[in-house]
Design a protein around this ligand. Structure first.
Ligand SMILES: *Cc1c(COP(=O)(O)O)cnc(C)c1O
Length: 235
């Protein structure tokens, strides 16, 4: 099982509370600077590689949205913490053959990036919230759909049963000013709304660049290390 079993470096809870508080303040400051209501911004704490105990501590501190990027780890954690009122955000690449399993525990999938995955995720039985991930790099191996193919993917997602498109997701590429990359996402989001008027959300901004993301309209921040501390290395 791909689940970390113990807290590898003795993380102090008060450090966790301090870092969480600092990020909450940072988000509120950026929202104010952007003239936005911080209540319109959801901070997802990305807890990948960290033990379940860390998620329990975050929960006690008021966190209700957690993100994971590896299926087996996410599945185990969601099962162990099923009693907690948490929203599980899957932010990693989804293998087609695992799609139905991911769907079973994820409340939101941020990484829909191809038509075969839309087909695999579609369901007549229940509704799943999703983001389409956009690849802002020239490297096709990165997750995300090429912006040129976005409109076609949106059409197929809108036609698929049981999938609700919330908006677009991206990771800022290395070597580009994050704010410029996020500004491109903002433009893509405006275009998207002509096709899918309710798909107004933007999942972008991580530990290093969340303030820039808020300034460009992010509604969902995916923040890991700035809150959790350094990720433990799994053996
Ligand atoms: C790990 C991860 C994050 C969080 O990254 P940090 O730099 O630790 O904040 C956000 N989004 C995705 C897709 C990730 O895989």
């Amino acid at each position: 099982m791909a689940l970390p079993d113990a807290t590898p470096s003795e993380l102090s809870s008060s450090d966790l509370a301090t870092r969480l508080g600092a990020v909450r303040t940072g988000v509120a400051d950026a929202a104010r600077e952007a003239g936005r209501d911080p209540a319109g911004i959801t901070t997802i704490v990305v807890t990948k590689f960290h033990p379940v105990s860390l998620i329990e501590e975050l929960y006690a501190l008021g966190v209700r949205h957690v993100g994971e990027n590896r299926h087996q780890e996410a599945q185990s954690k969601a099962a162990l913490l099923a009693d907690l009122d948490l929203s599980w955000h899957f932010v990693g690449q989804v293998q087609g053959k695992k799609a139905r399993q991911v769907r079973a525990y994820a409340d939101v999938i941020h990484s829909v990036d191809r038509e075969s995955l839309v087909t695999a995720l579609g369901s007549e039985d229940s509704s799943l919230d999703c983001f389409i991930q956009v690849n802002l790099t020239d490297d096709a191996m990165r997750g995300g759909v090429d912006p040129l193919n976005l409109s076609a993917l949106v059409d197929s997602l809108l036609a698929a049963p049981g999938l609700r498109l919330l908006g677009l997701m991206a990771v800022a590429p290395l070597g580009e000013e994050p704010r410029r990359a996020f500004a491109r996402m903002r433009e893509l989001s405006v275009e998207l709304r002509t096709q899918a008027p309710t798909a107004t959300a933007l999942s972008m901004g991580m530990s290093q660049d969340y303030a820039a993301a808020v300034l460009e309209g992010a509604t969902h921040l995916r923040i890991g290390t700035a809150i959790t501390g350094i990720r433990p290395v799994l053996s």
